[in-house]
Write a protein that binds this ligand. Structure first.
Ligand code: AMP
Length: 623
């Protein structure tokens, strides 16, 4: 089998690795470096990728594309803020997506990412002496479906067969776990150039289980760079009245020297930022120079708002995994920005232990991806990779209620089946509306898809037994099947990557659910009261219709109660009224049954008293 590589397609840097003699190994690029800047430049019809592209960025701010990962698989509306502060031109594509405009030509984020992948793979092929055609590519844990698909497409454009897209923290643990034997709970703290991910994993006996993930898609080393840029620009403006951020070239130079200063401050406590001829005095036209001393403590003060945002996701990941900091055996640092001393300090303080730095934070993700590539090509055995669902999955039942089948943070692969029934008599079809979220009403959650199960034989309401199965495979792909038991009629739908919503989306949905808990409970109780009365009414009607030899006198009170129930359901009467009518109807039905028995009727099989909820508008869980 052809060799397969693991690629960490990073926001700022990318790394490629391969299994060699049973060990994951980083491959150096043609420039002799182990990491390749994720930068692509276009200049006079020439295309540059990696270090050469990064080096000329100052002179070619409009033609140098960096951090394109922030844009991949996203819509223009989602990235407008980032686009506005970019030194290169980012525009809205006709399809609502993102396009980069360089020298009058438009490029998609996929095309640019493909160029980076191509460079990595070509250099690796040269080093290996054989063509690399298969790869495992990593993405942040919270990349949503479209971001993952776009990454996969970038691989395809680069001519690769993408064996699997895996989460970066999972890859890190995979690289790390290889040397481990016992069972451990590991927290992966990944602060890269553009994204922040926290994951809690169970590692042991060749099995990795992701217990929870959390993070911030807009937090990383480059935000620190921008914090520095803003400070430098403000100081400069105060002194000379010139805003350097308005000049593309000056901005690019500011960015570069800010990153350099940040990296230096990881090792020294003071540095100097020196940018000669950065601008011109608007009046005298004399050249202006920027020269600024920066101490580590001033830097820490400037990035303090960013550092504060580290805590939330760490706490959330622990909470979702139902663990406290003392349960964590090991903390793994991933991503270049974890080298910032203040970041390490916060991690240590929050988790009460020294983070493990035995795995190189820049390379660990690619190494893990190489291990996964080895697993998929059969080179590495006995490793199973498990993920969790970030949000609950379920179905819409009668009254717009969201009925959960799979709870949030359940380990995948997972399969759950529940039986539902119909709400109306002679219903020949049901619509299965698949949703994801934490709200109790369907309308508050994210719709993933709908399908119909049709051709059911006419049956009274509550009779059909419709089995709904939710099955999430190891790739996070959800298969939903609906099957009517008596006829064997079935229909299904497949939904890609339900485990991979964007972090923002997950956070928003969980917060929303909490904020609306009370309102949702009321809505749900109302829907239940209404469903209950409606189904009671149908069963009572059936009872009366089927009763032979019972006089009209006996039927009248039940029929009246049925009519009242119907009117109340149709006019959305208050919950108390619905409950009162349900109690009254039950009493009338009981009296009717007693009278019917006396008049020689056998005890009817159907006891009025609906206990079931119903799927979508015409569908409910059976007992
Ligand atoms: P990654 O996405 O993991 O490649 O991380 C890249 C980010 O880490 C960039 O923002 C780098 O500037 C930053 N970085 C790399 N090395 C250091 C360092 N020694 N100190 C501080 N930040 C660093």
């Amino acid at each position: 089998m052809a060799k397969a590589v693991g690629i960490d397609l990073g926001t700022t840097n990318s790394v490629i690795a391969i299994m060699e003699a049973g060990e994951p190994t980083v491959l150096v690029n043609n420039e002799g470096n182990r990491t390749t800047p994720s930068v692509v430049a276009f200049k006079d019809s020439n295309r540059l990728v990696g270090q050469v592209a990064k080096r000329q960025a100052v002179l070619n701010p409009k033609g140098t594309l960096f951090e394109v990962k922030r844009y991949i698989g996203r819509t223009w509306d989602e990235v407008k803020t980032e686009a506005e502060r970019s030194p290169y031109e980012v525009v809205r594509g006709q399809d609502g997506g993102v396009r980069f405009v360089v020298e009058g030509k438009q490029y998609t984020p996929e095309e640019i990412s493909a160029l980076i992948l191509q460079k990595l793979v070509e250099d690796a092929s040269r080093q290996l002496g054989e063509k690399v055609t298969k790869a495992v590519i990593t993405v942040p844990a919270y990349f949503n479906n479209s971001q993952r698909e776009a990454t996969q497409n970038a691989g395809k454009i680069a001519g690769l067969e993408v064996l699997r897209i895996i989460n970066e923290p999972t890859a890190a643990a995979l690289a790390y776990g290889l040397e481990k034997k016992g069972n451990e709970t590991v927290l992966v703290f990944d602060l890269g150039g553009g994204t922040f991910d926290v994951s809690v994993l169970e590692v042991g006996d060749g099995v990795f289980e992701v217990r929870s993930t959390s993070g911030d898609t807009h937090l990383g080393g480059s935000d620190m760079d921008y914090a520095l840029v803003n400070w430098l620009a403000e100081e400069f403006k105060k002194e000379y009245g010139v805003d350097l951020r308005k000049d593309r070239q000056a901005l690019q130079r500011l960015l570069e020297s800010s990153e350099k200063a940040k990296v230096e401050l990881s090792n020294v406590v003071e540095t100097t930022i020196s940018l000669p001829f950065i601008a011109m005095d608007p009046d005298s036209k004399a050249p202006l120079h920027l020269e600024k001393k920066l101490t580590r403590s001033k830097f820490e003060e400037l990035i303090d708002p960013l550092l504060r945002r580290i805590r939330g996701p760490v706490e959330q990941a622990l909470k979702d995994a139902k663990l406290s900091k003392s349960d964590i055996h090991e903390v793994i640092l991933v991503g270049g920005a974890t080298r910032v001393p203040a970041v390490k300090r916060i991690v240590k303080e929050m988790l009460g232990q020294e983070p493990n730095e035995s795995v190189n934070p820049d390379e660990v993700v690619a190494l893990g991806a190489a291990v996964q590539a080895g697993v998929l090509t059969g080179e590495v055995e006995d490793i199973v990779l498990l993920d969790v669902t970030p949000l609950s999955l379920g179905v819409e039942t009668k009254g717009g209620v969201f009925t959960k089948l799979i709870e949030r943070n359940t380990t995948v692969p997972v399969r759950k089946t529940e039986t539902f029934t119909t709400a109306e008599n002679n219903q020949t079809g049901v619509e299965v509306h698949v949703l994801q979220g934490e709200r109790t009403m369907a309308s508050g959650n994210k719709s993933l898809g709908r399908f119909k199960l049709e051709g059911l034989p006419p049956m009274p309401a509550g009779m059909p037994q419709i089995e709904i199965t939710y099955d999430i495979d190891a790739n996070g792909i959800l298969h939903v099947t609906a099957k009517e038991k008596s006829t064997g009629k079935a229909a299904s739908i497949t939904i890609q990557n339900t485990t991979t919503l964007s972090e923002d989306e997950v956070e928003r949905m969980v917060k929303d659910a909490k904020a609306h808990a009370e309102e949702d409970r009321r809505e749900r109780e109302y829907a239940e009261a209404k469903n209950n009365l409606d189904s009671l009414r149908l069963q009572a009607k059936k009872l009366v219709d089927e009763a032979t030899g019972v006089n009209d006198e006996t039927k009248r009170p039940v029929l009246k109660a049925i009519d009242e129930a119907e009117a109340a359901v149709n006019s959305n009467a208050a919950k108390e009224r619905l409950e009162e009518l349900a109690r009254a109807l039950n009493e009338k039905v009981a009296a009717f049954q007693q009278a019917a028995q006396q008049q020689g009727q056998p005890q009817a099989e159907t006891q009025a008293g609906a206990k079931d909820d119903v799927i979508d508008a015409d569908f409910k869980p059976a007992n």
